[in-house]
Design a protein around this ligand. Structure first.
Ligand code: ZN
Length: 227
C-alpha cells in the first residue's frame, strides 16, 4: 500500500542535527484528536513537535524535515533505551506521532489503515537511514521517559506486528535479489547436471515466494541426487 506525505511547517524545531544522524524511530500517541493535534504541534506555545503525524484515517503530515531536529523526546527521565548516549535524543531520532487519544482508548490502538500508513512510513525511513529492524532502533517514547511517559505510545501499540511485517518485507526483497542474481544460473547449472528436466517451466515462477518446508525439501532432493 502506498501513502502520501503532506507538508505542514511547524516553528517548533531546531535547524540541523548537531552533526548527528537519525539512528532510531520513536513512536508516540497523541493526547488529543486531529486536526486539533496538528494545530497544537504547529503552535509555538506547545514547544513540542514531531517529524510526522499519522491520523486515524491514515493521513500523514510531515512537520519537520528529517534532517532537522523535532522536539518530541527531549526530556529524558529514567531511560531504558539501550542506545541513549547521554545527549538529547531528539538529535539522533525521528519522531512519529499517531493520533490515538483517550476517547478512542488512548492505549496505542491504531486503526488498521493507520497501522498500514505507519508501517509504510517506517519502511521509507528504515531504507533511507539504514535503521536496523529491532526494538533498540524502533522504540517508544516511554523508553526515553519511563517516568512521565509510560503510556506513550500505549500498551497495545503493535510492536510485534510492526517488527515482523518490516522484517518480512526485507526478506522478500532479499529473495528477489537472490533470484535475479543466482536463480537462473542455478537452474541452468542443475539442468546441465541433469538434475532439472525442464527449466522453462520454472522461469515464470522465479519471482514467487516458496514456503520454508518446500525450499528445504528441494535442497534435500538435490542432496540425494548429488550423492
Ligand atoms: Zn510521546
Amino acid at each position: 500500500m502506498n501513502f502520501k506525505i503532506q507538508w505542514k511547517q511547524t516553528p517548533n524545531y531546531t535547524k540541523g542535527r548537531k552533526g548527528k544522524k537519525p539512528v532510531a524511530i520513536v513512536s508516540h500517541q497523541t493526547a488529543g484528536q486531529c486536526p486539533g493535534s496538528l494545530t497544537w504541534l504547529c503552535n509555538p506555545k506547545a514547544q513540542s513537535s514531531a517529524h510526522y503525524l499519522i491520523y486515524r484515517d491514515s493521513t500523514i503530515y510531515q512537520l519537520v524535515k528529517d534532517e532537522d531536529t523535532s522536539w518530541h523526546a527531549g526530556i529524558v527521565n529514567k531511560p531504558t533505551w539501550s542506545l541513549y548516549d547521554g545527549s538529547n535524543p531528539n538529535f539522533y531520532t525521528i519522531g512519529i506521532e499517531h493520533e490515538c487519544y483517550p476517547a478512542v482508548g488512548g492505549d496505542g490502538n491504531l486503526t488498521e489503515i493507520q497501522y498500514q500508513a505507519s508501517l509504510w512510513l517506517h519502511k521509507q525511513l528504515i531504507d533511507k537511514y539504514n535503521i536496523p529492524i529491532d526494538r533498540d532502533h524502533l522504540i517508544g517514547h516511554y523508553q526515553i521517559d519511563s517516568k512521565n511517559r509510560p503510556n506513550c505510545p500505549g500498551k497495545v501499540f503493535p510492536w510485534d506486528r510492526l517488527i515482523s511485517d518490516l522484517r518480512e518485507g526485507v526478506i522478500i526483497n532479499m529473495i528477489e535479489d537472490w533470484q535475479k542474481k543466482l536463480g537462473i544460473d542455478a537452474s541452468n547449472k542443475l539442468t546441465e547436471l541433469g538434475l532439472l528436466n525442464d527449466p522453462e517451466q520454472y522461469k515464470d515462477k522465479m519471482g514467487e515466494k516458496v514456503d520454508n518446508w518446500l525450499f528445504f525439501e528441494m535442497l534435500k532432493r538435490i542432496a540425494v541426487k548429488i550423492k
